[in-house]
Design a protein around this ligand. Structure first.
Ligand code: AGP
Length: 611
């Protein structure tokens, strides 16, 4: 996903822009560029490749003097990654530069109209249309802000925009619709950025733009207007992340740092929500009556967040004794869903900006459902469009492959199950107290599992040369196998499938041959014997089995399979909270052995804000 940074103030802009873009690299990109307004007008430099190429090209920004500028890292959607398609895009007059995150859906139509008016386009991008259209309206009305209003009325689709004009060397314009953009306030000047990590070194005083808003930034401050050009007072947020929280903290990769941060992340997600043995969701506005009268329950998400929903289905159905439907957001949004008044839709998203998930949320809301979202990024779009939001408080998650956000989402969903079940009277006192007790002990048990990194690294070395891997499990182990498989695929590029063990005999077992690696999950006690039958089944066909089980069965399994990983006993609904840890580490170390780019896997972005 693209990254945006903009600054206007009392310092040279270019070094600030390059630093901000460096902190946005984790979002995934293929080209980068900056534009600066200085005494000799507007200057733009951009290049395909890593940010270092741009920095070298501009002598670390020294070649672009000026106190007003915008910067961009591009993750290609329209037009291949190259210097021409990189942002910023410049208007034909040479006066206007634009950076953009999102997709202008009617760009082809607008481009045709502009070409008919004599405009020529250099790039294949949708973004260049914004620069040329603004140029056209500005030449027509001679009022830059009026021209901007016309552009925003003409374009359709999603945009976070940063715009500078040589005629206004003291101010920048920003606008946002369906793509995140935040404002930064400081004595040194004003900022725009795609997310906090880009400007946390310069300011902690931020505000999130809302859809339809336009902002005018100058060294002295920021003025925000709604879509009718009425002034808007923005709520400020103070970001209390410490700067190194967004840095690697001495680890080789953000992913390893974030895996090992999970016990602390779980503490943060749960401590304030368990008081004197009771689950307290003070950040939930739903009344007890509304909870008791909930109709259908849907969980909607993408990727790993969807996998949290798969675990949540088993646990919430167990606690609430009602059907919970888990849907992929990209399917739900186009399925003419049967959802409406009284139904509860739980939306799960780490970034709070995933476009498919946002679209599914809006579809459900339009049909009258109540939206409860579980989100990590405070103030993100999904959070702000939900009726209730429970933040996971996992802190910045930089690695593209999610770990601590997945775990904290799951913990919050378990708390929701207990809270609702207590109100609905469907969860027993024994289960409730056991769950609360074990949730409070989770961080300690997680730390015990995470001590085993070297043992897991040793197993990873035995698995790193595999090209096909099967994860199998039943019930909660099946739900967990989905996440174990995705973690392995997305960072090691090994083909992997997750299967409900009972499904093997319905076709997939034909793929098991001598040496095939099967990671058999068998932590769920009620089906342990069944899980063992499946182990025997695949071993009979030559599979090499790595078993994940509880400490109770570890010694026995070590006699039966060549590789065993185990987790401490815990209330069974919390088994995935422990079981995911060795699977994350296994994927991490296999990717390490294969020399993969672990924090920034190929083709992936941290937040998918395009379809
Ligand atoms: C997780 O490892 C993946 N990078 C991806 O599946 C992610 O979970 C998915 O894109 C959803 O993101 P979200 O939680 O920010 O909505």
């Amino acid at each position: 996903m693209c990254g945006i940074i903009g600054f206007v103030g009392k310092e040279q802009a270019a070094p600030i822009l390059l630093d901000g873009l460096r902190r946005l690299e984790y979002r995934g990109y293929d080209s980068a560029g900056i534009a600066v307004c200085g005494e000799d007008g507007l200057r733009v430099k951009k290049a395909r490749g890593r940010l270092q190429v741009l920095s070298d090209l501009t002598h670390a920004g020294a070649d672009l003097p000026g106190v007003l500028g915008i910067g961009h890292t591009r993750w290609a959607t329209h037009g291949e990654p190259n210097d021409v398609n990189a942002h910023p895009h410049v208007s034909q007059s040479g006066k206007i530069a634009v950076v953009h995150n999102g997709i202008i859906e009617n760009y082809a139509e607008l481009k045709g109209q502009l070409i008919a008016k004599g405009y020529t386009f250099r790039s294949e991008t949708d973004t260049e249309v914004v620069a040329q259209l603004l140029d056209y309206y500005y030449a027509d009305c001679q009022d830059f802000f009026e021209a901007m209003t016309r552009v925003l009325n003409a374009v359709e689709g999603a945009y976070a925009l940063g715009i500078v004009c040589a005629d206004y060397p003291d101010r920048m314009i920003a606008a946002r619709k369906d793509a995140p953009l935040l404002l930064g306030y400081s004595e040194n000047g004003s900022f725009i950025a795609s997310d906090v990590t880009a400007l946390i070194r310069h300011t902690r005083d931020i505000a999130y733009m809302d859809d339809g808003e336009m902002a005018v930034l100058s060294a002295g401050g920021i003025r925000v207007y709604d879509r009718l050009m009425r002034p808007v007072e923005k709520e400020h947020h103070h970001i209390d992340w410490d700067v190194d929280a967004a840095e690697k903290g001495g680890y080789d990769h953000f992913m390893l740092k974030e895996i090992l941060e999970q016990p602390e992340a779980i503490r943060k997600a749960t401590a304030a929500r368990i008081q004197e043995g009771r689950v307290v969701l003070s950040d939930l506005a739903m009344t007890e009556e509304e909870i008791r009268s909930i109709g259908k329950i849907y969980i909607i998400a993408c990727g790993s967040s969807y996998h949290v929903g798969m675990v949540g289905k088993y646990n919430l159905e167990r606690m609430l004794r009602r059907t919970v439907e888990v849907c992929l957001a990209s399917e739900f949004r186009y399925s003419d869903p049967i959802v409406g008044e009284g139904d509860l839709v739980i939306v799960i998203s780490q970034s709070g900006e995933t476009l498919d998930t946002m679209a599914a949320l809006r579809e459900a809301k339009k049909r009258g459902a109540r939206i409860l979202s579980i989100v990590n990024v405070v103030g993100s779009s999904i959070a702000r469009e939900s009726d209730d939001v429970l933040y996971t408080w996992a802190g910045p998650e930089i690695a593209v492959a999610t770990t601590k956000a997945y775990s904290t989402q799951m913990a919050v969903l378990n708390l929701v199950g207990l809270y609702f079940g207590d109100i609905m009277g469907t969860v027993s006192y024994e289960t409730y107290t056991a769950m609360v007790r074990d949730m409070q002990q989770l961080p300690e048990k997680m730390e015990k599992v995470l001590k085993d990194t070297e043992a897991i690294h040793a197993l990873a070395k035995e698995c790193a040369d595999k090209e096909d891997v099967f994860f199998i499990g039943r019930n909660l182990d099946y739900a967990l196998s989905l996440e174990g498989s995705l973690k392995l695929k997305e960072i090691s590029y090994i083909h992997s499938e997750a299967y409900a063990s009972g499904e093997l005999k319905h076709g997939t077992i034909s793929l098991i041959e001598d040496g095939t690696l099967v990671i058999a999950l068998s932590t769920y006690e009620p089906l342990f014997d069944k899980a063992m039958s499946n182990v025997v089944e695949v071993q009979a066909r030559g599979a090499k089995v790595l078993a994940l089980t509880t400490e109770k069965h570890a010694a026995d399994l070590a006699q039966r399979v060549p590789m065993v990983l185990s987790v401490p006993e815990v209330q069974q609904m919390l088994l995935p909270q422990l079981g995911v840890l060795p699977l994350q580490l296994l994927a991490y170390y296999i990717a390490l052995e294969r020399g993969c780019d672990i924090d920034k896997p190929r083709n992936l972005a941290k937040s998918v804000t395009v379809e």
